[in-house]
Design a binder for this molecule. Structure first.
Ligand SMILES: Cc1cc2nc3c(=O)[nH]c(=O)nc-3n(C[C@H](O)[C@H](O)[C@H](O)COP(=O)(O)OP(=O)(O)OC[C@H]3O[C@@H](n4cnc5c(N)ncnc54)[C@H](O)[C@@H]3O)c2cc1C
Length: 322
């Protein structure tokens, strides 16, 4: 190689390329035609913002023509930011679980899109097995990428020696919520961060939501509320089934009841998975001959229950039954 020549570009790892294609698939015209009756086609002008960081995620967009861009927030550095070309769709796991947009989505060119609201999307994936596979796999893989990159709307300032910090880390991890942790005991920039958010060492753990809301030594309920992790529940509505506890028993009941068409609300005081969610490996669960981690089992069941329309409240404790 001569001096100054560009280094050879490594060929893409085939497994990684396949995974990326599943995370950001292109729908065929026939698949888009099946989505169209569930949504609303509309034109988006160049520069128009269709979803902004911090807004509740209530819809996805299927791009028919043109391009939607994910606008890289200032703190999201070093990672390739996806764009959504014709045939692609926006959204990630938060469309199932409730939550907020992590970044702005804006039209990079004039576009035609199909806007699909959450309830219509759930109705679609409950009846169309092929689209269900495509959407759910993409949403879950995108969330895993966000977790790998530590990109999210949460910055946690704390210490690995502080019980409160560990409790919030466990809560975010078990809920599959991406976050960045700054260990104040070892991070060189820790004092600058404390100064930036006007907090002191006595306030830890400190949770910064969306770069602006500062929670000092919060409860997990306060974190969940700030992040909008819970779906809106109509408290006047009568449901067919209320399940208390999202351990394996509760999640199983939610999947079976919701898949049979019952309206289900589940209340969990911590995170989905219960005791099983804390297990590093479960070897005796039916259908998993190689074993599965408790957290993965819980995440699968949580997504499955929500796919069938169960509404799951986390970090909420049932006090009494009337
Ligand atoms: C570390 C570990 C490893 C394990 N490994 C295995 C294994 O390999 N194989 C195996 O068969 N079993 C294993 N177990 C046991 C297994 O996890 C339990 O049997 C199983 O989780 C019980 O499920 P459950 O849904 O009945 O209750 P739990 O898992 O206890 O779930 C109950 C849920 O209800 C919630 N809750 C309680 N009260 C309220 C309230 N008032 N309001 C709202 N929510 C509430 C709790 O937060 C919890 O999430 C393991 C357990 C642990 C702790």
């Amino acid at each position: 190689m001569t001096a100054g020549a560009a280094p050879p570009v490594a060929p893409p790892n085939p497994a990684e390329a396949a995974r990326q294609a599943q995370a950001f698939p292109r729908l065929t015209p026939a698949q888009i035609a099946r989505i169209e009756p569930h949504g609303r086609r509309r034109h988006v002008a160049v520069g128009e913002v269709v979803g902004d960081a911090g807004e509740p995620v209530t819809r996805i967009f299927v791009v028919v023509s043109g391009r939607l861009d994910l606008v890289r927030p200032p703190r999201w550095v070093g990672e390739e930011v996806p764009t959504f070309q014709a045939g692609m769709f926006t959204g990630e796991r938060s469309i199932l679980a409730g939550g907020r947009f992590l970044a702005r989505i804006q039209a990079g060119t004039p576009c035609d899109v199909i806007e699909v609201a959450r309830d219509a999307l759930l109705a679609l994936i409950q009846t169309d097995a092929e689209l269900s596979d495509i959407f759910l796999r993409a949403f879950i893989l995108r969330r895993l990428q966000l977790i790998d990159q530590g990109f999210g709307d949460v910055l946690l300032l704390g210490s690995n020696h502080c019980q409160g910090s560990l409790h919030i880390r466990e809560f975010l991890t078990r809920n599959g919520h991406p976050y960045k942790f700054v260990d104040l005991d070892s991070d060189a920039d820790s004092q600058a961060m404390l100064d930036q958010f006007h907090v002191g060492a006595g306030d830890v753990p400190v949770v910064i939501c969306r770069g602006s809301v500062v929670l000092r030594n919060p409860t997990i309920q306060e974190v969940a509320d700030c992040l909008g992790l819970n779906p809106t529940i109509d408290r006047t509505a009568v449901n067919d089934l209320v399940i208390i506890g999202a351990g394996p028993a509760g999640l199983g009941a939610a999947v079976y009841a919701a898949s049979e068409g019952l309206s289900v609300v589940m209340i969990e005081s911590n995170a989905p998975g219960g005791q099983a969610g804390t297990s590093s490996r479960i070897e005796n669960y039916l259908g998993f001959p190689l074993g599965i981690s408790g957290q993965e089992l819980a995440a699968r069941a949580y997504d499955q229950a929500q796919k069938f329309g169960a509404k799951i409240l986390i970090a909420k404790t049932a006090i009494r039954l009337d």
